[in-house]
Design a protein around this ligand. Structure first.
Ligand code: MOS
Length: 754
């Protein structure tokens, strides 16, 4: 076995369980004698329920109960908005009163002995409404706007210098509007919930990125002690932000189970997932960029307006990133929220950067054209040692190294910069590039590691594997620190009864959890070392100098004691360590927040003392048909610098998936909205377009070595959300290069290019 496990590429330790069907996803959990829930959702977007006619529904054989606001009012307490110190992804409380806030809001939950009976009765429930014309979003007369700085406590629009004066004075400038659409999650595993009461304890099986958050949120809603709530989510069949915070369905299922005195299982339909969970908000952005004749940036203005619901100030606010991306002395940004009669948006993979870096990286390309300068060279001239807003030094910034390695591998030097200059038959060829960045987030985390006398280790932490490979990289960290082969390490995740770990969001899990596991393993090593220096071959050595390597406790000169002997010297049986990791610079209350299931990620690029981020350069080739304007993407290449890579295989897989998602972001994905009714139209995976195999090209991922211990002791930066940032801009830039047409609105469709 290798001396080090970190940096190796073992296959996923849960891979076999997944491909053989042995992995039990929360939706698969079988409970005894369940009642089945089926949701009835609102047919209008704004107004009131005037009548509910239940008789026909209740007459369906097997129907047990129908929950509506008439028998539920006052039952579920407010869990608060997650961004305001609460737990919920949205504060709209269904079944609380007769008010309708958005299309597809839950208006009833039907419970029956079978799924079929519940569904039948749901279809027979008659709900009458008094409807008011809703605001669907941009262009709706009754939508209202509010500056994010007013709506969200703590939000500041980054700015420095005098961007407007510098823009006016600069010799070369561009100014443009960009638009990004609503996008919806379509996880294979639906937004299911199963709840059962075991004595006084509520057990919830639900695919989740934050079991501790759900535990505390539901406890708040139901007035329970959090110890009475257990949330399990050992595997997640697709999440990407959609399962990151509490939605309102969970408490309803828990209450139904309590009222019926039996387990309840809810399997919402796919279209219901569009309105009972969150989505990526659409944006409209305005960008002004100015430079001197050498391409040195003089001014950046970036303004964005984003759709949210009426009550909740969800913000995308990617200007936090775009303001800091390049060296620029004069920056002004502003984020405005547009309140409409919609469900509350939320996280979707790289929530701020996907829409906002599209605009910035398109604008940088437009400026390069105006300057007649290579777009990579333009970025080089504006590379920075410090982010420009507060002057925080980058802990490391691999951006230009990524461009160099990526350009070389892609063959960028063979690009003729002239638009429409590269062609093969009827296909116009375009090469484009764009930067990616994802701030390095990290959170307070806890873990328990147990080493048993037979040399087996068990890691327990309430972190999550949302398909990313977390089980594997956490096992690698423990194996490395304990000097054990990977197969001797078991990892338990996804259970709120385990020591708390942060939300699987903001790409923090690998960094946060590997560091706390390393800490716990360090405690075990120290205990073994203290005993080993008392007697035996390592007697008299400095305990701090002893390392656990390849199944033994070893001194620098090779003198060693085998692990079983070291274990029996230190303990009668197992050795267990419980560790708490509070990342450097994070306030102490972050640990208490973790224990109460609050959102408390730190790090990033705006707080300091260091600006911490992973970077990358993405290159794409597009082919645009000269007559039909069909766009194809034959190849994509991404070069990334993301700190220490724990497992290059799973890292590559994350980045590859991100790049392919980026193709969808550029060319396919959009939730179509019926503006008159504020209703999602293509709320299914047939009409909600995503890249299929035929759209997924040759994807090349390059992982650059990067040592950065400023981010955390293990030098790990997250990369789960790095790959799909900037890809949309790289494709738009390539489309411009192929056609001479600038597409500033996503997705780019044939009609955008005719
Ligand atoms: Mo990710 S959108 O931070 O779950």
């Amino acid at each position: 076995m290798p001396d080090t496990m970190i940096g190796q590429s073992p296959i996923r330790i849960d891979g076999r369980a997944k491909v053989t069907g042995a992995a039990r996803y929360p939706s698969d959990v079988v409970v005894p004698n369940p009642a089945w829930a089926f949701l009835v959702t609102s047919a209008i977007a704004l107004g009131r329920i005037t009548a509910i006619e239940e008789a026909e529904a209740r007459a369906v054989p097997g129907v047990l109960e129908i929950l509506t606001h008439r028998n539920m009012r006052g039952t579920v307490r407010d869990a608060g908005f997650f961004a305001a110190g609460g737990y919920a992804a949205e504060t709209i409380r269904p079944l609380e009163d007769d008010r309708i806030w958005h299309d597809g809001q839950i208006v009833a939950m039907v419970l029956a002995d079978s799924f079929e009976a519940a569904r039948e009765a749901a279809f027979r429930l008659r709900v009458d409404y008094a409807a008011v014309t809703p605001a669907a979003g941009f262009g709706s007369a009754s939508a209202t706007t509010e500056p994010a700085a007013k709506a969200r406590q703590g939000h500041e629009d980054p700015q420095v210098g005098d961007a407007d004066a510098a823009f006016a004075a600069a010799p070369v400038k561009i100014e443009a509007d960009y638009a990004t659409p609503t996008q919806h999650h379509n996880p294979i595993e639906l937004f299911t919930t199963t709840a059962l009461w075991e004595g006084g304890k509520l057990v919830i099986h639900e695919p989740s990125q934050y079991v501790t958050g759900i535990r505390h949120g539901v406890a708040t809603q139901l007035g329970l002690d959090p110890q009475q709530v257990r949330v399990e989510s050992h595997y997640v069949g697709g999440a990407f932000g959609s399962k990151g915070s509490l939605t309102q369905r969970t408490a309803l299922v828990a209450i139904a189970a309590r009222r019926l005195g039996r387990p309840v299982k809810l399997v919402p339909t796919r279209d219901q997932g569009f309105t009972i969970a969150t989505y990526r908000a659409e944006t409209r952005q305005h960008v002004k960029l100015a430079a001197d004749r050498d391409g040195k940036l003089q001014a950046l203005v970036h303004e964005g307006t984003e759709v949210t619901s009426r009550p909740d100030p969800y913000k995308v606010a990617g200007t936090q990133t775009t303001a800091r991306m390049y060296d620029c002395p004069n920056v002004r940004t502003k984020v405005t929220l547009l309140h409409a009669d919609r469900n509350t948006p939320g996280f979707m993979r790289s929530p701020p950067e996907v829409p906002y870096m599209f605009a910035l990286e398109s604008a940088v390309d437009e400026l390069a054209v105006a300057l007649k300068l290579d777009p990579i060279e333009l970025r080089r001239r504006n590379d920075s040692k410090k982010e420009p807003i507060k002057g925080l030094p980058w802990s490391s910034r691999g951006l230009m190294r990524c461009y160099e390695a990526g350009a070389e591998a892609f063959g960028w030097s063979r690009r003729n910069p002239e638009p429409r200059s590269m062609r093969e038959g009827d296909w116009l060829i375009g090469w484009g590039c764009a930067s990616t960045i994802y701030p390095t987030h990290i959170g307070a985390a806890t873990a328990r590691v147990t080493l048993t006398p037979d040399g087996q280790a068990r890691v327990q932490t309430a972190a999550h594997d949302i398909g990313t490979g977390a089980y594997t990289v956490i096992a690698q960290a423990a194996a490395e620190m304990l000097g054990l082969p990977l197969e001797k390490v078991q990892v338990a995740l996804g259970d709120s009864d385990l020591p708390p770990a942060p939300v699987a969001g903001g790409s923090n899990t690998t960094a946060s959890v590997c560091n706390v596991v390393a800490e716990a393993c360090g405690q075990i090593r120290a205990r073994l070392a203290r005993a080993a220096v008392e007697d035996g071959p390592l007697k008299g050595r400095d305990p701090a100098s002893l390392k656990l390597v390849s199944g033994e406790l070893r001194a620098a000169d090779g003198t060693a004691e085998a692990l079983p002997e070291a274990m029996s010297r230190a303990a009668n049986g197992a050795i267990e360590a419980y560790a708490e990791y509070l990342p450097q610079g994070m306030p102490k209350e972050s640990m208490r927040k973790l224990y109460s299931g609050k959102q408390a990620l730190g790090g990033g690029i705006a707080e300091g003392p260091l600006a911490m981020a992973a970077f990358g350069a993405e290159f794409v080739e597009v082919r645009v048909h000269a007559r039909t304007a069909e766009v194809r993407v034959p190849r994509v290449l991404g070069a990334f610098a993301a700190g220490r890579i724990v497992n290059p295989r799973t890292a590559r897989s994350q980045l590859m998936g991100g790049l392919i998602w980026g193709i969808g972001s550029a060319l396919h994905e959009e939730t179509e909205i019926d503006h008159g009714r504020a209703r999602y139209v293509n709320d299914n995976i047939l009409e909600y377009l995503i890249p299929v195999n035929a759209d997924a090209p040759k994807v090349e991922v390059m992982l650059l070595e990067e040592t950065d211990t400023g981010v955390n002791p293990l030098g790990i930066k997250g990369l789960g959300e790095l790959g799909n940032v900037g890809t949309n801009a790289a494709i738009a830039n390539a489309v411009f290069h192929a056609t001479g047409r600038r597409a500033r609105e996503l997705p780019i469709r044939i009609e955008s290019l005719l």
